[in-house]
Write a protein of this length. Structure first.
Length: 197
């Protein structure tokens, strides 16, 4: 098996790991307000998230910046919660260009937070000099992007089915989906180890 495929699969598994569903939850929260016609915004959002994720890994791998793991593990569910709450708060409001740009910047920042959450494990996977770490990191990022796009596609298909076959309004889809995410992520925040430090 080629080295590319190894790191690509690690990236895929990182997103699709059923035991670490926080990544999927964030993607769900990110995509719930959109439909297929918003594909450009979706691809830009997901790519910015991957860019942030990869930037954090670069910072960590090259020892530019490190963040305490328990703090990041606390911030990850906070990013999911804030995204779901934003969905609930912005239902029915117009998407002005400035507001969309702000959302894209926040998505990039949230990607950095999520990237630091995986950086310790990724650093243990990589050995050798710092020169040999960039290519595996990029291969890993491609795996993440492929997995994220598959999750996004699944959420969009589910949204389409719910809204066309079961005749739920877009508003109801966003309300129920975002409320579900809030319900799942709140216990993650409450049970965080950061409260015991």
């Amino acid at each position: 098996m080629s080295e590319f495929w190894v790191y690509f699969q690690i990236g895929l598994h990182h997103v699709l790991d059923i035991q670490a569903y926080d990544h999927v939850l964030f993607l769900m929260a990110l995509v719930i307000p959109f439909t297929f016609k918003d594909w450009k915004k979706i691809i830009l959002s997901v790519t910015l998230f991957t860019l942030g994720h990869t930037t954090a890994l670069v910072f960590s791998v090259y020892k530019i910046l490190g963040v305490k793991a328990s703090f990041i593990e606390f911030l990850i569910p906070i990013t999911i919660l804030l995204t779901a709450i934003y969905n609930l708060a912005s239902i029915g409001k117009s998407n002005k260009k400035g507001k969309i740009n702000w959302v894209f910047l926040i998505t990039l920042f949230f990607g950095i937070i999520h990237g630091f959450g995986f950086s310790n494990y990724f650093n243990t996977l990589l050995g050798g000099s710092s020169n040999s770490k960039l290519v595996p990191l990029l291969e890993f990022a491609l795996g993440i992007e492929a997995a994220q796009l598959s999750v996004v596609l699944a959420v969009l298909v589910l949204a389409y089915i719910v809204q066309t076959v079961f005749k739920y309004s877009r508003r109801d889809w966003i309300l129920v989906g975002s409320a579900f995410i809030v319900g799942v992520v709140l216990p993650m925040i409450i049970e965080s180890v950061i409260w015991n430090q």
